[in-house]
Design a protein around this ligand. Structure first.
Ligand code: NDP
Length: 315
């Protein structure tokens, strides 16, 4: 019998994961990460969110690490993670669907000044703008990152009527989306964007990428949506760009420090909507079903699992 150890971040995570896995894989032994009776040498698979440093290294016979999230930075920040074991990123169908809904909501909120009207409502102030609102088809959304999530998000926004561009490391072709790639592509991409969406992974190449100089290349006053990772943005530069009108509004779901400290200027900024890293969170049932299906594939001899972390690329 194969053995899967689970470390989940959620309140009901372990119970939900083991219930679903017992349903789809009754022959799999599912054990909690902190089970005192666990024999580390028996563990074949690990399904983890933010394992403590050294935690994964104790499993000497580990075959696959399943990340409970689309990002893997919560695993690779452990200096001792076992580098010979493949990491598979979360790709449950819910993950992309939820991200599509969130980014569409955020883009429409920026387009229709949702934050401004929320502030006005809190002050019982009836203030109508002089000009009619801009429409989706007149607005170009640029998506940085056209991977598992970004490609679906770009199609979703195009379907909703936005003009959509995207930028990635390697060239892509997506129907209805103008795709750019690499450093040269970035130069062409940025000046076309009315709203910029960050859906990049956290790597040494993306950290600090979104700074004041990059934000000034957008079509001001631009909207900005960050659903990638906080460290990709130089937060002081973003605040300055909000204050000088380079950025007209932002929806921020991820931050350099999470939870966002109570004294962060983002909380009360009149142009900023803050959400607590909830853009996409597949149910534990969906995540468990995804992991169960991949274990089936792996045990049937298909070791080339999808969405594998590539250490050279850093994501
Ligand atoms: P993928 O790895 O599938 O896609 C990453 C995309 O970023 C790819 O298109 C890749 O290019 C591009 N990219 C990476 N590095 C560079 C670079 N240096 N220059 C240009 N493009 C680059 O990731 P996912 O789509 O699954 O997820 C993206 C990120 O979203 C996650 O890493 C995570 O940080 C974040 N996320 C946030 C959530 C939230 O709730 N806020 C939930 C889930 C994910 P290429 O296609 O050429 O490889």
């Amino acid at each position: 019998m194969s053995c899967l150890v689970v470390k989940s971040g959620g309140r009901r995570g372990f119970a939900d994961v083991s219930a679903e896995l017992s349903r789809v894989r009754p022959d799999l032994e599912v054990v909690a990460w902190d089970d005192a009776a666990l024999d580390p040498a028996r563990v074949d698979y690990a399904f983890v969110w933010s394992p403590e440093p050294g935690g994964l290294a104790r499993f000497s016979n580990l075959k696959v690490i399943f990340s409970s999230a689309a990002g893997v930075d919560h695993i690779t920040r452990d200096p001792d993670w076992p580098r010979h074991v493949p990491i598979v990123r979360m790709g449950a169908a819910d993950t992309a669907r939820q991200m599509c809904d969130f980014v569409l909501w955020a883009a429409l909120s920026l387009l229709r000044d949702a934050r401004r009207y929320a502030v006005q409502q809190s002050e019982a102030r009836w203030n109508r703008p002089g000009d009619p609102a801009r429409m989706a088809h007149e607005t170009r959304v640029g998506i940085m990152g056209l991977g598992n999530l970004g490609a679906d998000v770009s199609r979703h926004l195009a379907h909703a009527g936005f003009a959509v561009s995207g930028w990635s490391r390697t060239a892509k072709q997506i129907d209805g989306v103008t795709c750019h790639a690499g450093p040269e592509g970035l130069e062409q991409f940025l000046p076309t964007c009315d709203i910029l969406v960050c859906l990049l992974p956290d790597t040494e190449h993306t950290r600090g990428l979104i700074d004041g100089a990059l934000l000034r290349r957008l079509r001001a006053p631009a909207g900005f949506i960050n659903v990638g990772r906080g460290p990709q943005v130089v937060e002081a530069d973003l605040l300055a760009a909000l204050d000088d009108g380079t950025i007209g509004g932002a929806v921020l779901d991820v931050f350099c420090e999470e939870p966002l400290p109570s004294n962060s200027p983002f909380w009360s900024h009149p142009k900023v909507m803050v959400t607590p890293h909830i853009a996409s969170e597949a149910s534990f049932t969906a995540r468990a079903a995804y992991v169960g299906a991949l274990i089936d594939r792996f045990e049937a001899g298909d070791t080339d699992l999808p969405l594998r972390y590539d250490a050279d690329a850093g994501y």
